[in-house]
Ligand binder design. Structure first.
Ligand code: NAP
Length: 239
């Protein structure tokens, strides 16, 4: 039977690459975006997915999207909580608004979509939840305290939820990417990117497909003994 994957932040970067890769692997894709409507429309044309727009921190919208995404087969087999924002600022310059926004998107967004999708997975006694954190959630980044704290929260979320859902046949795992070549790093100069590549044992910057391939692996039915894990996909940048 055709499987359905719901991916947040699917209009660009890692989420888009996941959408294309899962579609190629035979999944029906429900792609969630926020502001990049044209990019989402292009993705829809390219892979024939369904697209839905919302801010991931909007719980009512997440429930509505999950309901619509489940209509096709009655199931949502895989959820990829990928939507996220990053921001660089000295801790003393992080305002309450910046802090709340960082946590609303990167943490509440994981709560809202997981909360909306989980009932469908529990009903089927099957599911794969894949959260996208960051290596900075593992080791902390200077001038990114709010981002690092939010991504660390996603790691805690993953470990705790995995303990609740195992008996329902649902695995919950986390990918912690290193430096990946997407819009999120577009502000970094080619020189800085070259330095980061040099600091990486595998001697290159990561690609969105490095992450999409890992997500496909974790989504596989046979990956059913892997849960609550944080998989670093960082070329050895942190070990
Ligand atoms: P990106 O290219 O900037 O894309 C971000 C995606 O998230 C876009 O599709 C965007 O949608 C969506 N998004 C942002 N805010 C949203 C909101 N409030 N509601 C719904 N969707 C929202 O970023 P990326 O590099 O692919 O990052 C994807 C994930 O990987 C993020 O969680 C990020 O923290 C994590 N990550 C990235 C790196 C890296 O080096 N790139 C490293 C570690 C972790 P619209 O464009 O439609 O608004």
């Amino acid at each position: 039977m055709e499987k359905t994957v719901l991916i947040t932040g699917a209009s660009r970067g890692i989420g888009r690459e996941c959408a294309v890769s899962f579609s190629k692997a035979g999944y029906h894709v429900a792609a969630v975006y926020n502001k990049s409507r044209e990019a989402a429309e292009r993705l829809k044309e390219e892979i024939g997915c369904d697209i839905y727009s919302c801010d991931v921190s909007d719980c009512a919208a997440a429930e509505d999207i999950a309901r619509q995404a489940a209509k096709r087969t009655g199931r949502i087999d895989v959820l990829i909580n990928n939507a996220g924002i990053a921001e660089q600022a000295l801790f003393s310059d992080i305002t309450e608004k910046m802090w709340d926004n960082m946590f609303n998107v990167n943490v509440k967004g994981v709560y809202s979509f997981t909360h909306a999708v989980l009932p469908y997975m529990i009903h089927e006694k099957y599911g794969r939840i894949i959260n996208i954190s960051s290596m900075w959630g593992q080791v902390g980044a200077s001038c990114e305290v709010h981002y690092s704290a939010a991504k660390a929260a996603v790691i805690g979320f993953t470990k705790a939820l995995a303990k609740e859902t195992g008996l329902s046949g649902i695995t919950v795992n986390c990918i912690a990417p290193g430096v990946i070549d997407t819009d999120m790093n577009a502000h970094l100069s080619p020189e800085i990117m070259a330095e980061l590549a040099e600091e990486t044992p595998m001697n290159r910057i990561g690609t969105a497909s490095d992450i999409a391939r890992t997500a496909l692996f974790l989504a596989d039915e046979k990956a059913d003994f892997i849960t609550g894990q944080i998989i670093g996909v960082n070329g050895g940048f942190i070990i």
